[in-house]
Write a protein that binds this ligand. Structure first.
Ligand SMILES: [Zn+2]
Length: 329
């Protein structure tokens, strides 16, 4: 951990990263949450604690001729529960997926979109969560291969989310799947799959002895208004791209509880792929030459990668552990 607590803070400027739309980037909030997460890992004696504490500690920005700030250099820990990394990852997922979905709509304007949420029974500890997430990844793969599903499938994006039930301390693991299907799915007799159909297919794919909770909804494009269609799909993209785990679920301020939850989630999420593309969405991801969504670069995540504004100079901001804020060096 690097501490520069002896510097004269009055002489220093606090980092203010404001986007073109006026939105201030939550660096301070995310680093503060990252520090809380680091403190839990340290108590739990995780080896990676120090790595996590270094996450986003130094941020180098380019300042363009027009006076805009762009993150140019930083190191991120990529720990699955890191609030800093998850903020960057969520932005990246959402921007990438928006680009991909726009391209799918361009290539297949008649295709339709459905939004599927598939769940299994809650579990109570890290070991069970690990097993359940592995089984779900396998079950999902099987589900996508069923003829009834495959025959009209164009492609999908899938994200896994784990939430903590505050009442009984259990974990609920579920998958959000935004699927693109041929219009035949809705138009051809026998092609459409109802909620009951999806439920029984998921039950079979998971080899469950109970009926799982499954939601399915069509992403409506009212009046065939193209603008509205993108908006409805965009909402589904946002829902699918959001955090795999909310930090408010393990940074509650109740130390005993937070320690237990972090320990369980670390075990459960270890080496899991929480987000992926399939079919045409996967192909377009490749065509557009987009970075790996899970393990890729977290420095350049926003939409400004194509902009041509020239760099005028750079600044470096550093996290000050004592003052709990970023200051320009
Ligand atoms: Zn991190």
């Amino acid at each position: 951990m690097c501490t520069h607590d002896n510097m004269d803070l009055d002489q220093k400027t606090i980092l203010l990263d404001k986007k073109a739309n006026g939105k201030i980037q939550p660096w301070k909030e995310k680093k503060t949450a990252n520090v809380s997460y680091f403190e839990l890992l340290e108590i739990l004696q995780f080896k990676k604690a120090e790595r996590v504490s270094n996450c986003g500690e130094i941020l180098e920005f380019d300042i363009t001729q027009e006076g805009r700030m762009k993150l140019a250099n930083a190191w991120f820990c990529k720990s699955p529960l890191c609030p800093m990394c998850n903020w960057r990852k969520t932005m990246k997922r959402s921007i990438q997926t928006t680009k991909i979905v726009e391209e799918v709509i361009r290539q297949k304007p008649k295709a339709r979109w459905i939004f599927l949420t598939i769940t299994v029974k809650n579990v109570f500890d890290g070991e069970a969560l690990d097993k359940s997430l592995k089984a779900m990844a396998e079950g999902f793969r099987r589900l996508m291969l069923y003829k009834k599903v495959k025959q009209n499938m164009v492609g999908f994006m899938r994200s896994t989310e784990v939430t903590v039930n505050k009442k009984d301390g259990s974990y609920n693991q579920h998958m959000h799947v935004l699927m693109c299907v041929e219009s035949a799915y809705f138009n051809t007799k026998g092609a459409y799959l109802s909620q009951v159909d999806w439920t029984s297919l998921w039950k079979k794919a998971m080899k469950l002895d109970y009926v799982p909770v499954v939601h399915i909804e069509a992403v409506k494009n009212k009046k065939r208004n193209k603008k509205k269609e993108v908006t409805a799909i965009q909402a589904a993209v946002q829902e699918t791209a959001k955090y795999s785990v909310k930090d408010s679920d393990y940074l509650t301020g109740n130390l005993a509880n937070d320690l237990e939850v972090v320990k369980d989630l670390e075990e459960g999420l270890y080496r899991k792929r929480m987000f992926s593309y399939g079919g045409l969405l996967k192909e377009i991801h490749k065509q557009l030459n987009l970075d790996d969504i899970e393990d890729g670069d977290l420095v350049r995540v926003d939409d400004e990668d194509s902009d041509v504004e020239e760099k005028a100079y750079s600044i470096v901001a550093q996290w000050n552990w004592k003052a709990q804020n970023y200051f320009i060096r």
